[in-house]
Write a protein that binds this ligand. Structure first.
Ligand SMILES: O=C(O)[C@H](CCc1ccccc1)CC1(C(=O)N[C@@H](Cc2c[nH]c3ccccc23)C(=O)O)CCCC1
Ligand SMILES: [Zn+2]
Length: 333
């Protein structure tokens, strides 16, 4: 259907199957919901079956735009993760359309959730390649959406750091899930798009070893590294009170709970990714509130572990023990 004002053509209708097509203007659709005509031309996505649907702008041949295809594919993968693992139907749990817009700004070295949709910059080709190319970034941004519909953690200070950490945690876990249950764990953030000309330097943040990344590159602070212990938390005003800095403290706890390890003299026995993701999802949806900080995150994770993996004859389960040990290890009382 041609939109008279913008001149863009939109594809409305349901079609069976999909697969690729040689004609970039014919986009295989699986399901769709007729959207209002004349909407800002962007890739409005949703998942596959049983979804409200998506509308793909065909005017500028969707398939000719790798960033658009990546944004589309990654958001479907993240959505499938939330559906299959957490029984959550889209960002709001009620099948809301998932909207991504690519090519934001000019060589913008960032991405964002703006309260309604995901935005991706193309990167400058030095610090980042197109941020739409990273599934963990899509998972991070979509999780900001999920958080806004659940605990709605206030985006500053400690609650902002927990908000940021949960976005990294589900960004990483959804990407690892897409690589397969037995795939090797990879607790880096944005490794597919960070410094494209520097091989092997991982992502912009590391959840397994936060200190391996220099803070100065990001926040102009002296050359200290991301903290991995509560006593080293950043207390300044930059970055809304260090939401992308102190998130590394809770990221380390999630890593330890899943993979195990020894940290600041505390030993943690890992309980695997699949139990870790359930504990954090239950914390997010059952216990955390807008003002929740590190102390409340610890309590929520322990309670969630107890709910999911109950004490046996009065003794905490291995899962609960791992959570307690991990929060001891990062120095959160
Ligand atoms: O979602 C978020 O938390 C980040 C949103 C940043 C943003 C905030 C407000 C308006 C616009 C953009 C975006 C990401 C992020 O962590 N950005 C950090 C690190 C960063 C990315 N590009 C940068 C360039 C310079 C400095 C820092 C950065 C930040 O903006 O702090 C998440 C995953 C990767 C990009
Ligand atoms: Zn974020």
């Amino acid at each position: 259907v041609k939109d008279s004002t913008s001149g863009k053509s939109y594809l409305h209708g349901a079609a069976i199957g999909g697969g690729t097509t040689t004609n970039p203007n014919i986009v295989p659709v699986h399901t769709y919901k007729a959207n209002r005509m004349g909407e800002t031309p962007f890739i409005l996505l949703s998942g596959l079956f049983g979804f409200s649907g998506f509308e793909v702008e065909t005017g500028t041949s969707f398939f000719a735009d790798p960033a658009a295809v990546s944004a589309h594919t990654n958001s479907i993968k993240v959505n499938t993760y939330y559906q299959n693992i957490h029984k959550r139907n889209s960002i709001d749990g009620n099948g809301m359309p998932i909207i991504s817009t690519v090519h934001i700004g000019s060589k913008w070295n960032n991405a964002a959730w703006n309260g309604k949709q995901m935005l991706y910059g193309d990167g400058d080709g030095i610090l980042f390649s197109s941020l739409a190319g990273a599934m963990d970034v899509a998972g991070h941004e979509m999780t900001h959406g999920v958080i806004s519909k659940t605990a709605n953690l206030t985006y500053q200070g400690e609650s902002g750091a927990i908000n940021e950490s949960l976005a990294d945690i589900f960004g990483a876990l959804s990407e690892m899930h897409s690589h397969g249950l037995t795939s090797p764990s990879e607790w880096e953030m944005g490794e597919d798009i960070y410094t494209p000309n520097v091989p092997g330097d991982g992502g912009l943040r590391s959840m397994s070893n936060p200190k391996s990344k220099k803070l100065s590159a990001a926040y102009g602070l002296k050359d200290n590294a991301y903290p991995d212990h509560y006593e080293d938390r950043y207390l300044g005003e930059l970055d809304k009170g260090g939401v992308h800095i102190n998130s590394s403290i809770n990221n380390k706890a999630a890593y330890l709970i899943s993979e195990g390890g020894e940290h600041h003299g505390v030993k943690v026995t890992g309980i695997t990714r699949s139990k870790t993701e359930k504990i954090f999802y239950r914390s997010l949806t059952n216990y955390l509130v807008p003002s929740s900080g590190f102390k409340e995150m610890r309590a929520a994770a322990i309670q969630s572990a107890r709910d999911l993996y109950p004490d046996r004859n009065g003794a905490p389960s291995a899962e609960t023990k791992a959570v307690i040990a991990a929060y001891d290890a990062i120095g959160v009382p």
